[in-house]
Design a protein around this ligand. Structure first.
Ligand SMILES: [Zn+2]
Ligand SMILES: [Zn+2]
Length: 256
């Protein structure tokens, strides 16, 4: 190849590096890397305070108690949960490709919003524990999206703050996707499928744990993990997710 050819090739390589940032949902050109275009931003429902202090569901501003009715009647095992987004058609376009289509960079798109709503939980946590996948699913997918989210949340934070233990928990049983199951069936399905990795037991004992997951659906998975962590001596277990369905214990649930 002559010199001009080489330069042209180098120029193209540089061009590749300066491709303008695109909206993670619709590929439109946007001013900032990782930012949404105005139309997609408008479609997403970012959750803001006041949230139920227990489960993080959006509360009416006029509500007097800091908890939702569901948490008053049947409080979850975890102390507190927070979600960045409502799980709906718009946020599904971020979460499903992260889970199923190798769009690993979407973890970095979601993480700052999780860090925003979970700021208090992050400042109180000693360790971040991602909800584990069964080894068979992990092999098929090649990555655990909750580990990617946890890593992205910690990126840019100093040495202060929680430490990520990506392999703290094990999922012992391979379960089918829980999408079609109601809340009580979900709870039964995941009741005894989690365990602490023996080599991590010491790190869990006495620690304030922040569990990381992509979606909080019925709360069954988060509760099952929280129970396992508490039994292993965790001082506190809270939950931070990218998105949550409006009522975590509704019998009808969208497929995840
Ligand atoms: Zn867009
Ligand atoms: Zn609640």
């Amino acid at each position: 190849m002559d010199a001009i050819g080489l330069l042209r090739r180098a120029g193209l390589a540089v061009l590749d590096l300066v491709v303008p940032p695109q909206c993670p949902t619709c590929d439109r050109i946007v001013p900032m890397q990782g930012g949404f275009c105005a139309a997609c931003f408008e479609m997403l429902t970012f959750l803001v305070e006041p949230c139920c202090d227990r489960c993080g569901s959006q509360l009416d501003r006029r509500r007097v108690t800091p908890f939702c009715d569901t948490c008053i009647e049947d409080p979850p095992i975890f102390s507190r949960a927070r979600a960045a987004l409502a799980y709906d058609a718009a946020s599904r376009q971020l979460i499903l490709p992260l889970k199923n289509a190798n769009r690993l960079e979407l973890a970095s798109t979601l993480a700052p919003h999780m860090a925003r709503i979970g700021a208090a939980l992050l400042s109180q946590a000693d360790i971040l524990v991602p909800v584990p996948l069964h080894v068979r699913r992990l092999r098929a997918r090649g990555y655990n999206q909750s580990v990617l989210l946890a890593r992205a949340i910690l990126r840019g934070r100093g040495r202060e703050g929680p430490v990520l233990i990506p392999d703290a928990m094990l999922r012992l049983t391979h379960t089918p996707p829980l999408g079609d199951l109601g809340a009580s069936e979900r709870a039964r399905t995941v009741a005894n499928i989690f365990a602490i990795r023996p080599s991590r037991a010491q790190a869990i004992a006495g620690a304030r744990v922040l569990l990381i997951d992509d979606v909080l659906t019925s709360g069954a998975t988060a509760n099952a993990c929280a129970r396992t962590l508490r039994e292993a001596g965790a001082r506190d277990v809270s939950v931070l997710v990218a998105a949550r369905v409006a009522d975590p214990r509704a019998e009808w649930l969208p497929s995840t």
